[in-house]
Ligand binder design. Structure first.
Ligand code: 5GP
Length: 342
């Protein structure tokens, strides 16, 4: 057993120090980024991604957010629905097709890809540390070299390098344990504070011309800002997008009006009952269900997020989101809640 004594940080442990500068006006801050991927493809847009959870990663979310933002569609849509969606004009640059580790999911990707314009795929596993996972990413890369491949989740630079080099992924998804409905830290004791994970993994990825997507733990627009400031190329949101008109799932209604959405982790008992025929004997749930208040149209919330990023850029003198990270000095603060499970 070893102890890593370096302090590791979460979003709540830091703030961004304001700087004297020729502050740009908020309105002129450029939020769009342009990326060139290892596969030769390019993408331009605002690099915020809706998570591939079945309540949030919906067709309606993808239509509302993109372009310029992205949605990782959840993997439970039937083949025909995906063919129709990716057949629509102008959607292919705004939506990731999600696959897990099952062969039938791979077959569905191959089938949809034959009939429609899929350009981006997210290879998603709760634990991205297995050899099998890296092999699966590589298999998808080899079979579909023209696709932009996002793969995860991991939280340490060694595995980012492995996925970029051996798996040939373009974007590595970062986050073990920070999600709003994730119970991995409690159930397994495993995890990594998300801000440090982003800083360390972005450094590793950028050295190899790869990209990272920070996934999980953003509860406020300021957390999205901190994720970008830490070096994330993309930021993925689940809980912050739950409860909007564009979500699917079970709504609680009062007098015919929506008041709340049942939002659950994709490894929760609720999700396993729905999609995997229940929890297997050897497996513990690593997610929970919560009730999220109804929030109206998602674009209202995204305006708050975009406004937060613009304002942060003005505070530190960045004229573009691209420059936010290099203009950032984080200051350490005391945890408001004092617990990583707060
Ligand atoms: P949030 O933005 O809600 O904090 O985090 C969203 C992320 O949480 C998702 O993109 C996914 O990586 C992760 N997640 C979703 N469901 C579960 C779950 O049941 N268990 C765990 N460990 N993580 C989950």
């Amino acid at each position: 057993m070893r102890i890593d004594n370096d302090p590791k940080l979460d979003f709540d442990d830091v703030l961004i120090r304001p700087k004297r500068s020729e502050a740009p006006s908020r309105a002129s801050v450029e939020l769009a980024r342009e990326y060139r991927f290892l596969n030769g493809g390019t993408w331009r847009g605002v690099p915020i991604v809706a998570a591939n959870m079945d309540t949030v990663g919906t067709f309606a979310m993808a239509r509302a957010l993109g372009p310029p933002m992205l949605t990782c569609l959840h993997k439970h849509y039937p083949e025909e629905a995906l063919v129709d969606f990716f057949g629509e004009e102008g959607r292919a640059d705004s939506a990731f097709f999600t696959v897990g580790l099952q062969d039938d999911e791979y077959d569905k990707l191959a089938a949809v890809k034959k009939k429609a314009d899929v350009r981006m795929v997210c290879v998603d596993a709760a634990n991205g540390y297995t050899k099998y996972f890296v092999e699966r990413v590589k298999r998808i890369r080899d079979a579909f070299p023209e696709l932009v491949v996002m793969a995860g989740n991991v939280a340490t630079p060694d595995m980012v390098q492995e996925l970029l080099i051996s798996g040939a992924a373009d974007i590595v998804k970062i986050g073990i344990g920070p999600g709003s409905v994730c119970t991995t830290r409690r159930t397994t004791g495993v995890g990594y504070p998300q801000l440090s994970a982003i800083i360390e993994c972005a450094d590793a990825a950028h050295g190899l011309r790869g990209h990272v997507c920070a996934d999980g733990g953003c509860r406020y627009p300021g957390d999205v800002v901190k994720a970008f400031a830490a070096g994330a190329d993309f930021v993925m949101l689940g809980g912050m997008l739950a409860g909007h008109d564009e979500c699917e799932g079970t709504w609680v209604e009062e007098d015919g009006r929506r008041v709340a959405l049942e939002f659950y982790g994709m490894s929760s008992r609720e999700a396993l009952d729905k999609y995997a025929g229940g929890r297997r004997d050897y497996r513990a749930c690593e997610g929970r269900a919560v009730s999220v208040p109804y929030k109206g149209p998602v674009l209202d919330t995204m305006q708050e997020v975009a406004g937060g990023i613009r304002s942060a850029c003005a505070y530190v003198g960045a004229t573009r989101l691209k420059d936010l990270s290099k203009c950032t000095t984080f200051v350490l603060c005391q945890r408001p809640h004092g617990s990583m499970f707060a």
